[in-house]
Design a protein. Structure first.
Length: 250
């Protein structure tokens, strides 16, 4: 891990140490925290040069510095996949003869490991949503939006694929994606349980359906009862992981 000193003075005798809390990373309502094992958690960075501001608005010159040893961690087999684990890099040293400390939070992505033959009904890849809708992102990340808005009352076609080890998951392979939340930027959460949002069934049914013709999971969303605004849609994938997408009706 490289470090950059954003201040103008050098930081000398820099030692970096990583720690990782034991946290609950699932959204299943069960308190089941998991941790990681830090095998090599301390690195010596020596002196990290400062970053000097320019006087002509040109880009500054960054001087990243690597530690003497790479950090090394191991992840237990029961760690949730397709998520991130929080860490903290604790940096100590001296600046102009005075002690310097800083705690820098960061996260590492933990990939999922999915084997279709195991019948786990798990997933490790998503492809969607397709045009004209925007993409999908984990619920804790910024909400992606399509590059256009839609008319209020439009039927919005949400189409996606779920994959396990590169194999496409069909209707019999995995739990269907499910809409679990809808909110508008100024009005807040919207109760969709009593609204007609499923244009295919004319009901509040929040489940996507597998389409054998298009080979896609599909939800045609009726927006006639939700008005106009900027919306965030939350979809649960494989019964365990929430993803978000956005759209604008105006």
């Amino acid at each position: 891990m490289n470090l950059v000193n954003a201040g103008p003075l050098p930081v000398q005798g820099v030692i970096g140490t990583i720690t990782a809390p034991v946290v609950d990373l699932t959204e299943d309502g069960v308190d089941n925290p998991v941790g990681v094992t830090i095998v090599t958690g301390t690195g010596n960075y020596g002196t990290i040069a400062g970053t000097q501001a320019t006087t002509d608005c040109s880009p500054v010159t960054l001087q990243p510095k690597a530690g003497t040893l790479p950090f090394k961690i191991t992840v237990p087999s029961n760690h949730p996949g397709d998520t991130t684990h929080p860490f903290v890099l604790n940096v100590t040293g001296t600046v102009n003869g005075s002690p310097f400390t800083m705690a820098v939070p960061f996260s590492l992505g933990i990939a999922d490991r999915c084997v279709i033959s195991s019948g786990s009904r798990d997933f490790d890849g998503l492809d969607g949503f397709q045009t004209p809708m925007g993409g999908m992102a984990p619920a804790e990340d910024p909400v992606p939006f399509p590059n256009r808005s839609f008319n209020p009352g439009s039927t919005l076609p949400f189409k996606m694929r779920q994959l396990c080890g590169g194999v496409e998951l069909k209707g019999t392979d995995v739990d269907p994606p499910q809409i679990v939340g809808l909110s508008e930027a100024t009005r807040g959460p919207i109760d969709i349980s009593a609204l007609v949002i499923n244009d295919d069934t004319g009901s509040s049914d929040p489940l996507f359906r597998w389409n054998d013709t298009s080979k896609r999971w599909i939800f045609n969303m009726d927006t006639s009862q939700i008005g106009s605004g900027t919306f965030t849609l939350t979809v649960k994938i494989a019964g365990r992981k929430n993803y978000v997408t956005g759209f604008v009706l105006q």
